[in-house]
Write a protein of this length. Structure first.
Length: 349
């Protein structure tokens, strides 16, 4: 009896020891734990700013002594951001930044060349010449990134193995090999900024996925070749706010969040005369209603991210999807928010 007890005891201890060692060796370690932590700490709104302008102090870019973006800073210290953010010496009418800013190729609506960017063609209608400073619009749809794994999306931005950083990039990227290929952002952006972009694409971006924000009607198709077209493609937006937007609530949101700068009815104030320099219907300094109705996806994005370069800079506006519907429904009213040019520095009634 004692012998049996002893054997049973040692058998039990051996089994327990075996099980303990097995459990120790089989502990699951999530290989994406670090990525998940980086993603959780990321800032989607800052990602939206980077999407719009990859180098700006408002998007976390280091500032110089007087507070402007430090154009000599990059993740790779051998890269000069000044060379790609500004036109080369002696060259006018170009914005090399467009080749490195997400919105320049991917479009604000996330549809690439199948959405509002069908009008962003690579030709000048009158002569068929290449349009300076316009990169090829991407085929891929960014809205599909919402379904991507976060690590895959991070690597697609950072480790895509794309073209290098070339200040000589000029018309449509044809001056350099693979000029229109995805840039190598590992040379430009730090990991934390890339994670901000990932979070924006995964959960921050407000896309018109169910046509609930507006209706887009297009004619023609994006022209990916440097050839003139008899009838250029067009895009028209309508039905702002969809079927359930509340114009009354949208007006209230505008008064609370927007009117201090954009004025009564979007006519501008002494603080802001409108989106200066942006042409809509061949008119600059357009009123906010006209801008929202003619460039709806861009307006949605800039409500969320803000507008760099304005004076004062337009800050980002926290807004829910329902509030966005309401605001769009209100701004679709051409009587309350009329079209036409704004008188600079006009103080609205």
């Amino acid at each position: 009896m004692k012998t049996r007890t002893s054997v049973s005891f040692f058998t039990f201890m051996g089994l327990a020891s075996f099980l303990f060692q097995s459990c120790t060796h089989d502990v699951y370690i999530d290989p994406q734990a670090t990525d998940k932590a980086s993603y959780e700490n990321a800032d989607a709104v800052n990602g939206s700013k980077l999407f719009n302008n990859f180098e700006h102090v408002d998007a976390g870019w280091p500032a110089d002594a007087i507070g402007w973006p430090d154009v000599n800073f990059a993740n790779d210290p051998t890269i000069s951001i000044a060379g790609i953010a500004n036109p080369p010496t002696g060259v006018t009418g170009q914005k090399n930044r467009s080749f490195y800013t997400c919105s320049g190729c991917h479009a604000y609506d996330g549809l690439g060349r199948e959405g509002g960017y069908i009008t962003k063609t690579l030709y000048t209608a009158s002569s068929g010449a290449a349009t300076a400073g316009v990169p090829t619009v991407a085929v891929s749809k960014l809205k599909d990134c919402k379904d991507w794994d976060i690590t895959t999306l991070f690597n697609a931005i950072k480790n895509v193995g794309g073209r290098g950083i070339d200040p000589a990039l000029t018309v449509n990227g044809f001056s350099t090999p693979a000029g229109n290929a995805h840039p190598d952002y590992s040379k430009i952006l730090s990991d934390d900024k890339i994670w901000d972009l990932v979070k924006w694409l995964k959960e921050g971006a407000v896309y018109n996925e169910a046509n609930d924000l507006y209706t887009m009607t297009t004619t023609g198709a994006y022209n990916a070749t440097i050839t003139p077209m008899t009838t250029p493609p067009t895009v028209v937006y309508s039905n702002w706010g969809g079927t359930d937007g509340d114009a009354v609530a949208g007006d209230a949101f505008y008064v609370a969040k927007c009117m201090v700068c954009h004025g009564n009815g979007g006519r501008g104030t002494s603080l802001a005369s409108g989106p200066s320099g942006i042409t809509v219907n061949n008119t600059k300094n357009v009123q906010i209603g006209d801008f929202v109705r003619t460039r709806t996806p861009e307006a949605i994005h800039k409500i969320i991210s803000g507008q760099f370069g304005s004076s004062p800079w337009m800050c980002n506006t926290p807004i829910t999807r329902d509030e966005m519907k309401n605001l769009l429904k209100a701004l679709g009213n051409t009587t309350k928010y009329p079209s036409g040019a704004i008188t600079p520095n006009k103080i609205a009634d």
